[in-house]
Ligand binder design. Structure first.
Ligand code: NAP
Length: 310
């Protein structure tokens, strides 16, 4: 029997997703109609993007699941019309991209590259930077992305300490949890990477008090979500010299408004939410696998816990 898949993704990406999801469905032997225009009453699965046209899920009587194209879920998880299972995107391409972005930005700060890149007058004689083994990296969030970033940094010899909600074991990484664990990871992070989701529990997690727990001169790298940080407290910590730099990819308001002080702050690097992106070819296979599971009445992959908010 054929299944009807409503593409409720970003309309600008329909062509690429049509091609990739169709290919993946064929590979999985799934007979399906995939279209942005299917009557709600006939829809079996909804492929969703927060920037797509569907935000009300109350009128899909036979739908079995909403299959998200984004890793982050804060724009859907508190949607009161979402009673269907929601499966978020965990995509090998997206994970690879995040690993590269995090390693790149950690290495920039670790190797003090800015001293050479931004030099305006001749200056010979600076000392070689320390080795990775002498630069402590903390990672808040040890999920799909945090874990891979932690392992990649550890493979370069950085001592990595990570923090998550539950207890974890990752080879080579010191894994902490709970309030004491957070304090410990903050106390021991020369470079701190944020890969937590935006939930009610993580809102303003890095407030003034917690920023003060970081060693003097620490760097913050945030590819997680803007609301993890109290922006005013971050600016204070940069201005008073406690922190030496913040590299920010995500913000409370996106696009970041033109007059936001982060754009021009000398100790802030802004990247425009490009740390990583879902890659249609690999993501399409995750969508197809979940549809296969739905049809076989097997549990969906990557289901979101609506109560926990991620
Ligand atoms: P994930 O697999 O859901 O992992 C989330 C991690 O955060 C888990 O380790 C979880 O702990 C931990 N966590 C959640 N709430 C917590 C709390 N209250 N206290 C302590 N730890 C908590 O998510 P992911 O796939 O790694 O993605 C992480 C985030 O990256 C996404 O939510 C999204 O916001 C962001 N992201 C950004 C980009 C970008 O381009 N900038 C791209 C993709 C994703 P447990 O392991 O114990 O559950």
């Amino acid at each position: 029997m054929s299944v009807n898949i409503l593409y409720a993704g970003n309309p600008g990406r329909w062509e690429v997703y049509q091609r990739e999801i169709t290919t993946a469905l064929d590979d999985y032997g799934i007979d399906a109609v995939l279209s942005p225009d299917i009557p709600h009453s006939d829809v079996d699965y909804i492929v969703y993007d927060p920037n797509g046209p569907v935000q009300d899920f109350s009128d899909f009587p036979r739908a079995k699941a909403v299959l998200g194209l984004w890793a982050g879920v804060e724009r859907i998880v508190y949607n009161p019309t979402l009673l269907l299972p929601y499966s978020r995107m965990v995509d090998s391409g997206l994970t690879e991209g995040m690993r590269e972005w995090v390693v790149g930005h950690v290495l920039r700060h670790h190797l003090e590259m800015d001293q050479d890149i931004h030099r305006t007058t001749p200056a010979w004689g600076r000392l070689a930077p320390p080795l990775a083994r002498d630069r402590r990296v903390g990672i808040l969030g040890l999920g799909e992305l945090g874990k891979v970033a932690a392992c990649a940094l550890n493979a370069l010899n950085f001592p990595v300490t990570g923090w998550s909600r539950g207890e974890k074991q990752i080879e080579g990484v010191t894994c902490l949890h709970g309030d004491d664990g957070l304090e410990r990871v903050l106390n021991t992070s020369d470079i701190l990477v944020l890969l937590l989701p935006a939930t009610k529990a993580t809102d303003n997690l890095l407030n003034a008090e917690r920023l003060a727990m970081l060693p003097k001169g620490a760097v913050i790298i945030n590819p997680g979500r803007g609301p993890l940080i109290d922006d005013a407290a971050l600016l204070d910590a940069l201005d008073n010299g406690h922190l030496s730099h913040a590299t920010l990819d995500v913000f409370r308001v996106e696009p970041l408004p033109d007059d936001d002080p982060f754009w021009t702050h000398p100790k802030v690097t802004v990247t425009p939410h490009i740390a990583s992106d879902t890659r249609p070819d690999t993501a399409a296979r995750v969508i197809a696998e979940n549809i296969r599971r739905g049809e076989a009445k097997e549990p969906f992959l990557h289901l979101v816990d609506k109560k926990a908010g991620y």
